[in-house]
Structure formats: C-alpha cells, structure tokens
Design a binder for this molecule. Structure first.
Ligand SMILES: Cc1ncc(COP(=O)(O)O)c(C=O)c1O
Length: 359
C-alpha cells in the first residue's frame, strides 16, 4: 500500500499537474459524508485526502454494495471552472443507490461536494484544454457485518484527479474487439446503473481485446449476442450517410446499457447541427455489412472519460473490418468540437449544461 511519503513524492510540490495519465494524479482533498438511519447524512465536509481505515468485514468490500459516478470540471476560456451537467450525475447516482438498496445522496449535497472540491483543488489543473479534473463520487456500505443484507451505515466520498486524454493526447481512431464470450449485463440486472460490480467482470474481455491489438471491448446483448450495446465505459454511435442529414445512430436504451450523459448530449447536439439523431437497435451483422458497402461511414465512442473517440476498426474471431477510411470522420470531429466547445465555454451553452463554480 502506498505510504504518505510515496504519495507526496508523486504530487508536484506546487502548481498544476502537467503530464497526467488517467486516474493517477489525485488532488489533495476529498469531500466526505456519513449516513446512518438514525442521523441521516452527517459529518459532512471537505478534508485532506487520506487512506480509509476499514475493518476487513466491511460489507461493501464483500457484497459489492458500492456505487460510483464520473463527471468532469473543465477550465473555461475566462479561466474559471465549469462542471458539465452535474445534476445528471446526481440523478444517476440516486438511481444506482436505489438499485443497490442504498440511501440516496440529495442533489444539493452532491452539488455542494462538487463545488467545494473543485474550488479547493482547481489550481492542480493546468490551462491546457486537453486536461480536465475528473470527479469520482463513490458510496459504499460501511457496516462491519458479513450478514447478507443491505448495510445500515454508508459513506459518500468525492475525489478528483487531473485527467489527460483517455486514449492519449490526439484524436486518433481506436480499434474495438467484439466480445462473443461473456456478457456485461442482462435484462433486469444492473447494466443501466453505475455499480462497481459491473466493471471487474469486464476486465478479462478487455485483456482479450488487448491481445487482439484492440483498445476497447464492444459488448453485445446477453440474450442473442447479436445487438450492439456499448463499450466497457463508453456508449457507441454509428453514422449513416454523409454531410447534413447524416443519421447519427446509437443503440436504444434497453435497460442493459448505461444511459450516458455524453450520449444524451450528443443526441441533442446532432439534432442542433442538422444531423438526424436516432436511437435504435443495431446488429453486428448490419454494422459489418454497412461498413463493407459504405452505408455506415463513421463510428465513435463517447463518455465522460473518452469524450468523443473515433472508432476505425472492428474485429472479432470472424475477422476485422474498417469503418470509412479508418480515420476520424467529419461528423465525429464536428460533434466532438461542439461538445468540447460548450464544456470549455468557447461555444454558446443554450441548455445551461455547464455549472459554473464560484471562486
Ligand atoms: C458502462 C458505461 N457506459 C457508458 C458510459 C458513459 O457515460 P457518461 O457519458 O455519463 O460518462 C460510462 C461512463 O460512465 C460507463 O461506465
């Protein structure tokens, strides 16, 4: 386990983090709140980030009563900080909590945590627009008990790290591996919420993807292994046609994929830019045939971490196929620019998506 001196050595002494990876350059504070049936939310506030001291029989560790979120704060053109659609994350965190029989964090407490942490640690973020502060809310059951029941006490935490590009600094196309061996989620399971237990079972498929020289896994539906669902931590879109009027299509929400906030934003931006947004089932057969005959011109993944990432190649045991010319397509580039423009305050924000943090 990392010691305090190791941690200090890994942080710059003062000033912004210049070369962040993803999920490693943590800022010096965290926000914490406790919950019990008797006291509700209490012991609330910002504090120095620290290791947690937990009894080995803490319920969340054994039975996975753990939920997470992911959202980002961006440096604005006027040097202030703005957080992208935090109310949506607050709402999804509540939905995840209900699914795991946990108490809900009120939206006001969630937003307060975000505001206080970003205000305290924004100096760790450089003014490089490709960097952002990734905010990670976490809640876990903290009872010391191995009874198979929901915890009666909980801890809500918010931490932050400085994030560079998820796949590196440039917008390069990634390759994805279609998994036919495992399932990520199944009907009436937990695929549409952000519970910690959704992620570890995907690591083995991710390792297979790496062996096949792909950066990400594409999950198919669990029942027929036929319909595209999403990637491990991103939603997916295809583009049919070109130019104004091109269709920007993403798998419909079936209850087994995560309703991404970036996905929702892209659907809105696509419509505003004159494209035709669609939510519908897309089969792997259609994807393969559409890419080969040119109907499908582009494909991209999107999410808080990945922003908008072009997909250039899709592989499985049956072989690989290229989307378009394998390079980032114009619709993908356009939608990415629209999204990041709003996030950084360089484009108008007609829907009020950016929550400006008071300094
Ligand atoms: C499984 C999964 N799908 C999609 C997404 C993208 O969601 P969002 O755009 O809200 O980050 C995420 C990230 O939270 C995820 O974990």
């Amino acid at each position: 386990m990392e010691s305090a001196s190791d941690r200090e050595a890994s942080m710059p002494e003062v000033g912004p983090v210049m070369n962040p990876g993803h999920g490693e350059a943590f800022t010096p504070h965290m926000f914490s709140a406790l919950w019990s049936a008797q006291n509700g939310w209490h012991d609330i506030g910002l504090r120095d980030i620290e290791h947690l001291s937990m009894h080995p029989a803490t319920i969340g560790l054994h039975y996975g009563q753990v939920i997470v979120e992911g959202l980002k704060a961006h440096r604005q053109v006027d040097a202030t900080m703005g957080v992208f659609r935090p109310w949506c994350n607050a709402e999804r965190f509540q939905r995840s909590a209900r699914r795991l029989a946990m108490p809900e964090v009120p939206e006001s407490l969630f937003i307060r945590a975000v505001e206080e942490l970003v205000a305290a640690d924004e100096s760790w973020l450089s003014d490089d627009f490709s960097h952002s502060l990734y905010l990670r809310p976490l809640m876990l059951g903290t009872d010391v008990s191995l009874m198979l029941r929901p915890a009666r006490t909980y801890r809500f935490l918010l931490m932050a790290f400085v994030a560079g590009g998820f796949f590196g600094s440039d917008m390069e196309s990634i390759s994805i591996w279609v998994d036919h061996e495992y399932s990520r989620a199944f009907p009436r399971g937990t695929g549409d919420v952000k519970v910690a237990g959704n992620y570890a079972p995907t690591f083995v498929a991710q390792m297979n993807a790496r062996k096949a020289d792909c950066q990400q896994v594409m999950w198919l539906d669990a029942m027929e292994h036929r319909w595209l669902e999403e990637l491990g931590g991103m939603n997916v879109f295809i583009v049919r046609g070109t130019g104004a009027g091109a269709e920007v299509v993403t798998p419909e929400l079936t209850g087994t994929l995560l309703p991404g906030i970036t996905r929702d934003s892209i659907l809105t931006l696509a419509s505003r830019s004159g494209y035709v947004p669609r939510e519908q089932r897309i089969s792997l057969d259609e994807l393969r045939a559409g890419c080969l005959n040119g109907d499908i011109t582009e494909m991209f993944a999107c999410g808080t971490a990945a922003v908008v990432t072009p997909v250039g190649r899709v592989s499985d045991a049956a072989g690989a196929f290229i989307i378009g010319d394998g390079k980032p397509g114009p619709v993908t580039v356009d939608l990415c620019a629209e999204l990041t423009g709003i996030q950084h305050g360089t484009s108008p924000d007609p829907d009020g998506w950016v929550h400006h943090i008071a300094q």
